[in-house]
Design a protein around this ligand. Structure first.
Ligand SMILES: NC(=O)c1ccc[n+]([C@@H]2O[C@H](COP(=O)([O-])OP(=O)(O)OC[C@H]3O[C@@H](n4cnc5c(N)ncnc54)[C@H](OP(=O)(O)O)[C@@H]3O)[C@@H](O)[C@H]2O)c1
Length: 337
């Protein structure tokens, strides 16, 4: 054999060897690509949809999503839902009861107020073959240890995500971080503004930039998170309606009402002290002070632009700042409720 032939044979052999090595990789990539792009979500169940957030999410799904939406509610619950919605009932202490209720569902959105009720929901979702679990986040950035250090009750929410992370081979998750509910926060006074008394409580001078989201926008964001199931898989998703400060809010509110409001200045350090002391004694009335210190405090721990907003990637439309404030001040929610 000539040396040229030997070289050619060696080349062909090497080529075949590379091809043989690459085939399993190509097969794996193709299989993953194919599986990922066929994550077809059709049936969605909202768990705990009768609270503060749930009705807006349910309304958004019924009106704006292509999904078959059901609600899961505790056996002993007195929550009521629109007549067109299928209501599933289960015993939340029984994995069998929950698994039976969740059979046939592709995505579970947990809106339960108590995180300790969620681990069994995750287990039942896995047993029922659910593809995506959205835990009850919907607030501060619990992925940031500085936030959790200030508000220890968030450890429960972190625990649920950590549990989901150990189960990623069986179920995927998305944690939706919204900052404070914007219209709802104005309605109930959580943003520091009280429409009834025309008073404002500003924290650390009202200068901290924070992200806040209207309830309807959270519903739309959840629909998009499921529509883009592959992109949003096993991640925290940050969304907002607006980035603002308490000072900007107060200026807008005074413009809308045409009146000067009475302002009280407080320090976040005092809120953390007062809230922490109450909580240490088992008094849960200390929680709002901790939450407000965390959101409106000078450390700006609730500005989601730092982590990067998903609004554009999800195709969320812009909302009117002025109309959202008007709705909140009138005790209403923004959007088509
Ligand atoms: N960012 C903010 O400003 C803000 C404000 C409020 C809440 N949040 C967050 O939003 C999420 C939903 O809050 P929410 O105020 O709507 O909740 P919620 O009203 O306290 O509870 C929601 C639902 O959970 C179910 N539930 C109640 N107790 C339960 C228990 N022990 N075990 C299992 N389920 C129970 C009930 O549904 P059924 O009766 O149908 O069973 C209830 O309607 C939470 O993660 C909360 O932390 C954020």
């Amino acid at each position: 054999m000539s040396s040229r032939n030997a070289e050619q044979q060696q080349f062909r052999f090497k080529y075949l060897l590379y091809l043989a090595a690459a085939l399993p990789v190509l097969f794996f990539l193709f299989k993953n690509y194919y599986t990922d792009n066929t994550m077809a979500i059709k049936n969605v169940v909202l768990v705990g949809a009768g609270g503060n957030l749930g009705p807006s999410i349910l309304h958004a799904f019924l009106k704006h999503s292509p999904y078959n939406v059901s609600v899961l509610s505790r056996q002993e619950s007195t929550s009521t839902f629109p007549s067109e919605v299928k209501v599933l009932k289960a015993d939340y202490t029984s994995i069998d009861s929950l698994t039976t209720a969740l059979k046939g569902q592709d995505a579970v959105i947990s809106l339960v107020g108590r995180p300790d009720a969620q681990q069994i929901l995750v287990d039942a979702s896995i047993a029922a073959g659910v593809q995506r679990f959205i835990p009850s986040e919907f607030g501060s950035n619990t992925a940031d240890p500085a936030v959790v250090a200030k508000v220890p009750i968030f450890k429960g929410k972190v625990g649920v995500i950590e549990y989901l992370q150990t189960k990623e081979k069986e179920i995927s998750w998305s944690g939706v971080i919204t900052g404070p509910f914007f219209d709802w926060g104005l309605k109930v006074g959580f943003l520091g503004l009280n429409a009834g008394t025309k008073t404002a409580t500003l924290i650390d001078g009202g200068k901290a930039r924070f992200s806040g989201t209207n309830l309807h926008q959270i519903g739309l964001a959840l629909i998009k998170v499921l529509e883009k199931a592959e992109e949003t898989k096993n991640k925290y998703i940050y969304v907002s309606s607006f980035e603002t400060t308490q000072n900007d809010l107060l200026a807008e509110v005074e413009k809308i009402t045409g009146e000067k409001w009475t302002v009280t200045q407080v320090k976040s350090a005092d809120l953390f002290k007062e809230g922490g002391e109450k909580l240490a004694k088992g008094d849960f009335s200390g929680i709002p002070a901790l939450l407000q210190g965390n959101i409106f405090g000078e450390e700006e721990l609730s500005d989601s632009t730092v982590q990067g907003l998903w609004n554009e990637k999800l195709g969320l439309e812009k909302e009117s700042f002025e109309e959202s404030i008007k709705a909140g001040l009138a005790g209403k929610l923004y959007g088509d409720h």
